[in-house]
Design a protein around this ligand. Structure first.
Ligand code: M6R
Length: 606
């Protein structure tokens, strides 16, 4: 959470910083600020545009840094907005992460006569660095020395007033990347805000810092040992991070799903062998062959993808699989032996809880596998092996294409693992063939998206929704409810249809609609019974079912059809109309669906 961008070069810095901050808004949008040596600190509460409006024209200065905040300590206010400065007003910094012992550090500094202007944890860092800098006038040494007393996580960019074109960037637990261009250098939380300028990116490792000037960059360990680090070319286009004429990233990203699914399988299907070719897993092929149990971890939508993954692995691979909220994984006894592998699912690759779960799994000697979208992200780098989604940047806070791509990759993973065991060539080929048909089937759903808009208009006045499903579409019910909640602020709950009579049916009346996800599959007749029970209590019902199943119209107020597919692939199709429904509900209710309140895209705090 929180986005950082810094620049040093020959061009005016402020437009570069503002433009970069706009790209980074998906990391937080409670307040924004920037520092340009010679032009001072400028801050505004709210989105980056408020900051742009608050700046009096083009600021002089060819270096500087900016920050967009997702509030952790202290509410969104001008005082709490970054950059923060030290006691003497000579050190300026922007921070992403959490300083756990900031209270005790702050109390000590107050005893020494320091005064603080914000409620943030970050401000102590500026003061601590300022103390060191006053004594040594050596920026990198001061930063590292100050951080010795700090407990927590940080991605930092630090500047001193008297070395105006030097940026010290530091990483421990929160990502920091450096963009390299001829005599122009960038520091940012991720590659996206730098893409307009360069694709040449270096990712700092934990415990490293970099000194960046217009003449170049040098990376060091915290023990000041120089590290050899060449930039990697990030295969991402600027347009990937643009809206391309769509009103919102969320809609653009839903419309990209067919091509995302195509990218996910490109070069990865061995039809003759009925297998998947997953280059990212070959390093541990022997170990994966012997895996007897899989634990899948993730948060939010990635966790729901993991729920589908569990079913896929048990059905296709034939080994037990468990799915865990990454945030719970470390807080219980883990019964795992050397034949257990841990699979982490994360779009951003930076989710702190998922990263912590992976680190815990590695500490216990378990093999770790990642399904990650953002290339070079922490989870991608720290898992032993992995598969990239190649879904392109997902800018909207709500995961749409990223989630559906995770489902697709889980199918490929299950296919690959299954073929190492008892899945036959014919079974594998049949699954792969149907997987390849999905992009076209999603296109068919998208071509009828106006119907979802009409549905949203019809249900706009309802404040509570229940989403129910079973088996492969129980996670769809959870995900459908999550999507509606986060982008429209409408209360929604996901529930197992079979659980209705154990409590939730008590809520049903004519103003509490139910969305039943019930393609024609092995649980269809059970779903029908649950829907009958809801109808008997005057509940309004929207049913998502398979094309041609018109008989169901008798049971529903509204029906949404999806093309037929294999049962294990139905979540990939059934989620698409639910994403569109949530999108239109959010837009019609006046929510900024790309930036819902209180949320951030990349959740880098535990
Ligand atoms: O980047 P990740 O996939 O690790 O993110 C996990 C969750 O934070 C994410 O899925 C979140 O729940 C989204 N807002 C859902 O739309």
């Amino acid at each position: 959470m929180c986005g950082i961008i810094a620049y040093t070069g020959s061009k005016p810095a402020s437009p570069i910083l503002i433009e970069g901050l706009k790209v980074l808004e998906y990391r937080g949008y409670d307040s924004a600020g920037l520092y340009v040596p010679g032009a001072g600190v400028h801050k505004a509460v709210g989105p980056v545009q408020a900051l742009a409006d608050a700046i009096p024209g083009l600021l002089p200065g060819t270096a500087g840094m900016g920050h967009t905040r997702w509030a952790t300590h202290g509410n969104p206010s001008l005082e709490n907005a970054h950059p923060h400065t030290d006691q003497n007003g000579t050190i300026f910094l922007v921070h992403n992460g959490i300083i756990e012992n900031y209270m005790e550090l702050r109390e000590k500094l107050v005893e020494q006569g320091h005064t603080f202007t914000s409620e943030t944890d970050t401000e102590v860092l500026a003061h601590l660095i300022g103390v060191e800098y006053e004594a040594t006038h050596d920026m990198p040494a001061s930063v590292v020395a100050a951080l010795q007393s700090v407990r927590g996580t940080y991605g930092l960019a630090v500047m001193a007033e008297d070395t105006p074109d030097t940026i010290v960037a530091v990483r421990l637990g929160s990502p920091i990347a450096i963009g390299v261009k001829e005599q122009e250098f960038f520091v940012a939380s991720d590659a996206a805000p730098m893409l307009r300028h360069t694709n040449s990116i270096i990712y700092l490792e934990d415990g490293e810092y970099a000194v960046v000037t217009p003449q170049g960059y040098t990376v060091y360990s915290f023990s000041h040992r120089q590290q050899e680090r060449e930039p990697e070319i990030v295969d991402m286009q600027v347009e990937d991070a643009d809206k391309n004429g769509h009103p919102h990233y969320m809609l653009k990203e839903i419309l990209e799903v067919p091509s995302v699914l195509e990218n996910g399988t490109r070069g990865r299907i061995l039809m003759k062998e009925g297998n998947a070719k997953l280059g990212g897993l070959v390093d541990r092929e022997d170990v994966l062959r012997d895996v007897e149990r899989l634990i899948i971890v993730g948060c939010g939508s990635a966790y729901y993808a993991g729920m589908v993954g569990k079913l896929l692995v048990e059905d296709i691979v034939g080994i037990p699989a468990h799915v865990e909220l990454a945030s719970e994984f470390r807080h219980r006894s883990m019964l795992a032996d050397e034949n257990t592998a841990v699979l982490a699912i994360s779009q951003s690759g930076e989710t702190a809880d998922t990263l912590a779960a992976i680190r815990e799994a590695k500490r216990r000697g378990l093999t770790t596998v990642g399904i990650v979208n953002v290339v070079g992200s922490s989870i991608a780098r720290e898992t032993d092996v992995g598969i990239y989604n190649h879904a392109g940047p997902e800018m909207s806070v709500a995961s749409t294409k990223g989630f559906l791509s995770q489902l697709e990759l889980l199918v490929l993973f299950a296919l690959y693992m299954g073929r190492m065991r008892s899945l036959t060539q014919a079974q594998g080929a049949e699954l792969a063939m149907e997987l390849l048909r999905l992009p076209e089937k999603v296109r068919m759903i998208l071509s009828e998206r106006h119907k979802l808009k009409l549905l949203a208009e019809e249900y706009l006045g309802y404040d509570d929704f229940l989403f129910i499903g079973r088996a492969y579409n129980l996670p769809t019910a959870f995900e459908g409810a999550l999507k509606l909640k986060e982008v429209s602020y409408v209360h929604a709950e996901g529930y197992g249809a079979g659980e209705m009579k154990h409590g939730p049916i008590a809520m049903i009346d004519d103003i509490f609609p139910t969305v039943g996800i019930m393609p024609l599959d092995s649980t269809y007749s059970k779903m029908r019974s649950s829907i009958e029970e809801i109808r008997a209590r005057d509940g309004k019902v929207i049913i998502v079912t398979t094309d041609g199943n018109t008989g169901v119209e008798r049971l529903a107020d509204d029906v949404v059809y999806i093309p037929e597919t294999k049962e294990c692939l139905t979540p990939i199709l059934a989620n698409v109309p639910l994403q569109l429904f949530a999108y239109y509900m959010g837009v019609l209710r006046g929510v900024n669906v790309d930036r819902p309140r209180n949320l951030a895209k990349s959740v880098t705090v535990e």
